[in-house]
Ligand binder design. Structure first.
Ligand code: LIP
Length: 264
């Protein structure tokens, strides 16, 4: 049974997704044009952001917002904040790669309490509430139970050309390649975290990421029995933008591998 606010979030996401599905259908045509789909994607992003904010504000007036498109929008209720990325995986969306998501989290007194990440192309709705478990559509999710880093499949978010932290990312990928079975760069941190929650990836590592990309994913992973940490220490990944998500047995093994890369 979802709480009323999770129901509200789900409905808002479904409404925004209908617009996004239409926009995605147009992208393939723009892909082959000289001008490319850049401006069109920006418009789709903003449209999706607007629908989400309008729908959520209608049901929960006064809540604050933090969104990738509009930044911080303070409300009259100091205790509640929606954190939104209308399209996480924008580059995939722009290239007609169907791996992107709408991702929405709710914070109550600075604590994540509800989360939705939705892939509108595969129609997979990942949801979680604090203390209520994590689900994909209506199926309960559990993180993978592998215990040895040498058996794992890992998502590592690779920075764009010229992106922040490239040398460290290269060092980390190189160390991980010596230990794990396989590494995937997915282009959507939010979906990668949902995949960790669903037990598909054993771990996910990402650096210099924005809080709206990972807020929902953090709750999904925790409610699926996983752990989320800053790979470099004890700080909050929502603040540092550096994140490692995995299970309890693998956490120290990944921390060790990443520490080795930092020291290299
Ligand atoms: C993107 C992330 C992606 C990461 C990119 C970017 P956007 O978010 O989710 O995984 O590697 O640096 O931040 O821009 O598509 O919302």
């Amino acid at each position: 049974m979802s709480s009323p606010v999770l129901t509200v979030m789900t409905a808002a996401v479904r409404k925004a997704a209908r617009a996004l599905q239409r926009d995605y259908g147009e992208i393939a045509n723009l892909q082959v044009s000289q001008k490319g789909p850049g401006d069109y994607v920006t418009a789709a992003d903003k449209r999706c952001d607007k629908i989400l904010r309008e729908e959520l504000a209608k049901a929960r007036p006064g809540y604050s917002f933090l969104t990738e498109e509009t930044g911080s929008v303070p409300g009259t209720d100091p205790d509640h904040r929606f954190i939104i990325d209308p399209i996480d995986g924008t580059m995939n969306f722009m290239h007609s790669v169907p791996f992107f998501a709408i991702t929405v989290a709710l914070e109550r007194k600075d604590e994540l309490v509800a989360a939705i990440t939705y892939n509108p192309i595969t129609d997979e709705m990942y949801s979680a509430e604090k203390g209520g478990g994590a689900f994909v559509n209506n199926k309960r999710m559990r993180v993978a139970q592998r215990r040895d880093i040498h058996d794992t499949l890992v998502s590592y978010e690779i920075p764009h050309r010229g992106g922040k932290g490239l040398p460290l990312s290269r060092a980390e990928i190189s160390v991980l390649q010596g230990r794990v079975v396989g590494i995937r760069g997915t282009g959507s941190a939010a979906l990668s975290m949902a995949y960790v929650a669903a037990g598909r990836f054993d771990a996910m590592v990402c650096r210099n990421i924005n809080s709206w990309d990972i807020a929902a994913g953090i709750l999904l992973v925790k409610e699926a029995g996983g752990f989320v940490a800053d790979p470099d220490g004890e700080k909050n990944p929502m603040e540092t933008g550096n994140i490692l998500a995995t299970n309890a047995d693998l956490l120290p093994q990944f921390k060790d591998a990443l520490a080795m890369a930092r020291e290299a």
